[in-house]
Write a protein that binds this ligand. Structure first.
Ligand code: PEP
Length: 257
């Protein structure tokens, strides 16, 4: 049984998109999401070059937009990086931090991810902090140790009031882009562990949304979102097709009923 509160579904486009294709996708998502009323909040995290386009097409709609990473620094000689304040100039709501692709390919440490989360908050953005274990870690029974460590690093640098403004996304690395989702039971078990750690941080943090990500599709979304501690999803591949993404958003609404 899920908790009786609004769900959140956020798309992560990763490094996909082109101006001409984005226009149709953004317009269709905005039109479809308007029917979800207040029960499901919808967001899309796009590549930075498309922030202006997203702002132009989504402003005035119910869909919020975001970035997929921010720098840990406020500004300065950091070639290629994008500051949270710069993203904020484009009306951004969400900043994904600590995605497993960044942890793996860019060797981002838990401390760096924590610094990025803090920068996003300072700029008025909502960090979506990704945590998750690899297959090796799961098979050696280290899941809670790994994601506990990733979560602790972020909670350590935030006050209770700040921590209450983040979003967590549990994304098992072995489920991302593989077509092999965690089962609803596997996901719920980790989400319950995450929830307990949030509760420990303070009463205000207990209701931080905890999203599931990893091969969510229209076919498995409702069962996943129906779990007690799963507050929605972070959607990769399926967020690139408006029909699939909107079906997942609709599944979040159905899971509430
Ligand atoms: C992601 O990249 O955050 C993700 C969940 O990807 P996918 O849905 O494609 O597994």
């Amino acid at each position: 049984m899920s908790r009786e509160r609004a769900k959140l579904v956020v798309g992560n486009w990763k490094m996909h998109g082109r101006i001409k294709d984005n226009a149709a996708l953004l317009t269709e998502v905005a039109a479809g999401a308007s029917a979800l009323q207040n029960e499901v909040s919808v967001g899309v995290c796009v590549p930075c070059p498309y922030l202006a386009q997203s702002q132009a097409l989504l402003a005035g709609s119910v869909v919020r937009w975001g970035v997929q990473d921010v720098s840990a620094h406020a500004q300065g000689a950091y070639t290629g990086e994008v500051a949270a304040e710069m993203a904020a100039d484009f009306g951004v709501t969400y900043a994904i931090v600590g995605h497993s692709e960044r942890r793996a390919y860019h060797r981002e440490s838990p401390e760096l991810v924590a610094a990025k989360a803090r920068r996003a908050l300072d700029a008025g953005l909502t960090p979506i902090v990704c945590i998750g274990e690899t297959l090796d870690e799961r098979e050696s029974d280290a899941t809670e140790q790994v994601i506990g460590g990733q979560l602790d690093a972020v909670l350590l640098v935030l006050s209770e009031e700040e921590a209450a403004r983040i979003v967590i996304a549990y994304e098992p690395v072995w489920a991302i882009g593989t077509g092999k989702s965690a089962t609803a039971e596997q996901a719920q078990s980790v989400h319950a562990f995450v929830r307990a750690k949030l509760v420990e941080k303070g009463a205000a943090v207990a209701s931080v949304p905890v999203l599931y990500g990893g091969s969510v599709k229209p076919e498995n979304a409702q069962e996943l979102f129906g779990q007690r501690d799963i507050d929605g999803g972070l959607i990769g591949g399926a967020s690139l097709k408006s029909k699939d993404f909107l079906a997942i958003c609709q599944a979040a609404r159905t899971a509430l009923q």
